[in-house]
Design a protein around this ligand. Structure first.
Ligand SMILES: Nc1ncnc2c1ncn2[C@@H]1O[C@H](COP(=O)(O)OP(=O)(O)OP(=O)(O)O)[C@@H](O)[C@H]1O
Length: 246
């Protein structure tokens, strides 16, 4: 059985052509390792953008730049809003041994507003409840993060991102390791978030997920190999070319 991401919904940004983030001549990387080179790209507001490209093409690095964790070495990143983005890194990037319950992990999503280990307000509690509910993990709230399955932990981390209630949600391979039902739930959730006023950017190797996004940014060896509508970009010949050595 193949469960697809929710069918593509019309993209409000397509008619309004507003960008949530504009990258101009962006270069960035790590000490002694340049990765992104001279990127010019727009992340449309109120839409889902899929970042697609081979391993090592720079998707996670770009998410790091969009989140503000990685500073550009040149070029500009212009955000169309002053609200800080919410970033859900790849599962392996989070220590599994942290002595936290799922609820405590999701509550950390409120720290940006409240400060670390501060008493949460009723409003914070409601945001955490909603995030747990939307990921279908309310029953896991009292469990230790470290004793969850990989897919359950992934959902907890996405819930943490959601609890931040940002207008820009950045996700690094959010459906990797999830079962088909959980994948479908995340696909539907991302579409619902856009309807709620959130801009979503996710890196993915799942071409069904990429095709159901509103926009797609193809990366190859740190450069933009294409951007626009997934149906136009993700053609068999383009994909074959992407994964062939340069
Ligand atoms: N912390 C780091 N320090 C140095 N180099 C890094 C670091 N993280 C990633 N790189 C390098 O940067 C390049 C781009 O990596 P990045 O993780 O952005 O690619 P990706 O497209 O997300 O790959 P994948 O699909 O495998 O997740 C790779 O050559 C990688 O080895």
């Amino acid at each position: 059985m193949k469960i697809m991401f929710k069918k593509q919904t019309p993209c409000p940004a397509a008619t309004e052509s507003t960008s949530r983030v504009r990258l101009t001549g962006l270069s960035a990387g790590y000490s002694g390792r340049p990765v992104l080179q001279q990127l010019d790209a727009d992340i449309p507001a109120l839409a889902i953008t899929a970042l697609v490209g081979p391993n090592g093409s720079g998707k996670s690095t770009l998410l790091g730049v969009l989140s503000g964790v990685i500073q550009p070495t040149s070029g500009t990143v212009r955000h169309g809003s002053s609200r800080p983005p919410a970033f859900v890194p790849q599962r392996g990037a989070i220590g599994d041994a942290l002595p936290l319950t799922v609820r405590q992990a999701v509550e950390m999503g409120r720290w940006g507003d409240r400060g670390p280990w501060r008493r949460l307000t009723r409003r914070d509690g409601a945001a955490v409840d909603t995030a747990l509910e939307r990921l279908g993990i309310t029953d896991l709230a009292p469990r230790q993060l470290g004793e969850l399955s990989g897919g359950q932990r992934q959902r907890a981390l996405i819930a943490q991102g959601l609890a931040q209630e940002s207008d820009l949600l950045l996700l690094d391979e959010p459906t990797t390791g999830l079962d088909p039902e959980a994948r479908e739930r995340i696909g539907g959730l991302l579409a619902d978030l856009v309807a709620d006023g959130v801009t979503v950017v996710h890196a993915t190797h799942d071409l069904d997920a990429a095709r159901s996004a509103h926009a797609c940014l193809l990366l190859r060896e740190g450069r933009v190999a294409g951007q626009g509508e997934p149906g136009r970009l993700l053609t068999p010949s383009a994909l074959t070319g992407m994964w062939q050595p340069a």
